[in-house]
Design a protein around this ligand. Sequence first.
Ligand SMILES: C[S@@+](CC[C@H](N)C(=O)[O-])C[C@H]1O[C@@H](n2cnc3c(N)ncnc32)[C@H](O)[C@@H]1O
Length: 368
Amino acid sequence: MSTFFCSSKLNYTFSNEDGNVDRELLPMHASHVLIVAGSGSRLCHFLEKKPKKMTLIDISREQLWLCDLRLELIRFASYTEYLAFWGIGDTVFTPKERKDIFEKLGIQEEAKKFLRKVFEENSWESILYTGQWEKTFAKSAKWVRRVLGNQCINTLLGFTNINQQLTYLKNGFPRSRWNLLLRAFSSATFFSSAMYGKEFPKMNVSENYFEFFKDAFERSFRLCPVRENFFLQIVLLGKVAHSEALPPEFRPQVFDAAKRALKECEIALVQSELVPWAAQFPNEFDVIYCSDVPSYFKGPLARQWLVSLRPSLKNNGKLIARYYRNVPGPADAGGYLNLNHLYRDLYSKEQTQVYYFDVLQKVETTHG
Ligand SMILES: C[S@@+](CC[C@H](N)C(=O)[O-])C[C@H]1O[C@@H](n2cnc3c(N)ncnc32)[C@H](O)[C@@H]1O
């Protein structure tokens, strides 16, 4: 089992995947969806699709505990309180208000004990950016500011129009300083030492780390103004400062729909490895949402995971995966219809531009 993902700490608290893409990929009214829990930031936009049952799986119990907190908040809090609890917007909770709400939530006891400690260590301020991933970016954002300068960052955040941004990128952006930053941050050692240790996936999508990140950021900067892009704000500022860029869970329609759907949805939280756990349930899931977990598979699991997960899907059920720097397994495992051609446009708008996607549909074969 991975030591990085089971570190007894929260590794992810905000969102490092573009929820706008996942939101389009999940079908309405599924009877049972299995999703990798992570930070729980995708809970709202998955609940919005009104599944009858949702199982959240993670090898990290701390991540599941954070999901428990998010679920209880969706159940208990109003939209305004939800924002205030996470420290978003103009009316954020004081530490005392946050503590009072937290103590009222029906979170299971072990989770409550752990989360109480996390809040205490943060003086009951919001814990939205306290995961290891978020802290790493908060640290690197300080370097980004030092090297690019305040003026450059403020200019980038000021554009409301993509054409103005493109002109600046061409004529005013300090490109050689940006490349210097990319060289430092894209080196395998930076994120290895900061986060993943030796478990950082070996890249197989490009020969060169610097080129991979240079191209990804180039595409990302061309998509939309920085003030609408959550990932570029995380990179430049260490947090999302403009509400246009907030992930779907912080939008009123998404939150309200999730709150209504949660009343009807059966939820299960499971601490386990994704593939062996799912394999116990034949023909069970309409959707298995893998996040980028497969990128971390090694050895036989990396070759077999598609074959192993297929029996757990219902016929026509979908397996949704994203990959970060490492696409494992055979491109065609057999018994799946590749639906990527339907989503090319959607993938191209993904804000981080560092992920590859697969949407695969189980099809019956003559041998089952
Ligand atoms: C792979 S990480 C990547 C972060 C992800 N992009 C997110 O938004 O949370 C997602 C989650 O998968 C969990 N995880 C990693 N390997 C797993 C496995 N083999 N089975 C189940 N969960 C796993 C991690 O603990 C983490 O919470």
